[in-house]
Design a binder for this molecule. Structure first.
Ligand code: HQG
Length: 187
């Protein structure tokens, strides 16, 4: 499959497996797993031709390792980023590094200064170990600003952290006291 085909299929799988499984009649369990056969059948029902080979190519080739297959190879899930209420992955709390990063847009700063970082429509606030990844994430929303999070201090204050299989760090809410505005990255 071409890179373009892989990206399109990855976007479709993200939409279905994180946000709208019911749009193709797919049921996910609370850990986010859905049947690959049902996914292929559901996709066909909305005019989207998918096969197992394509799905495996996306799972293996995906730049951010967004998806994983069950050990028996029959099911697929997104490893993070969900908004659908039927899914609630039971992540194991994990001690974070001293500092994590979050990239956002300058236009969100007034609200962040009021509320801290909140998950929006997703289930968690997403944080990165490296500043470059966070900058790329924030740039999707406009003029980017890099925020540095005192993650270890947060955890020591009793706020839990989790790490998805693809390395993304997750937490429920980042209070303003643990957020520092970084230097403005090049736009
Ligand atoms: C912002 C992508 C106003 C927050 C990426 C962000 C990531 C606030 C936006 C993953 C706020 C939510 C997640 C507040 C936070 N007031 N705005 N109090 N608190 N925000 O897309 O972190 O490619 O849900 O800064 O790589 O941007 O999809 O979260 O700008 O890992 O695999 O509200 O999505 O991964 O946006 O991105 P998102 P995100 P994938």
């Amino acid at each position: 499959m071409s890179d373009k085909g892989l990206t399109e299929t990855s976007k479709f799988l993200s939409y279905i497996l994180r946000h709208e499984p019911h749009s193709i009649g797919l049921t996910l369990d609370s850990e986010g797993w859905g049947s690959i056969d049902a996914l292929i059948a559901g996709a066909a029902g909305v005019g989207r031709v998918l096969d197992r080979r394509q799905i495996e190519a996306v799972v293996q080739g995906n730049d951010k390792k967004r998806f994983s297959l069950s050990d028996d190879g029959l099911q697929i899930r997104a490893v993070q980023g969900h908004s659908t209420a039927t899914v609630s992955l039971q992540y194991v709390p994990k001690t974070p590094p001293a500092c994590l990063y979050h990239g956002t847009a300058t236009r969100f700063l007034p609200s962040i200064e009021q509320q801290g970082l909140v998950p929006g429509s997703r289930h968690h606030v997403h944080l990165s170990e490296d500043a470059a990844t966070a900058i790329a994430v924030g740039r999707r929303y406009g003029q980017v600003v890099l925020l540095k999070i005192d993650a270890l201090a947060m955890q020591q204050a009793g706020l839990a952290f989790y790490q998805a299989d693809n390395g993304v760090w997750l937490t429920d809410h980042v209070p303003i006291a643990f957020i520092h505005r970084g230097a403005e990255p090049d736009q």
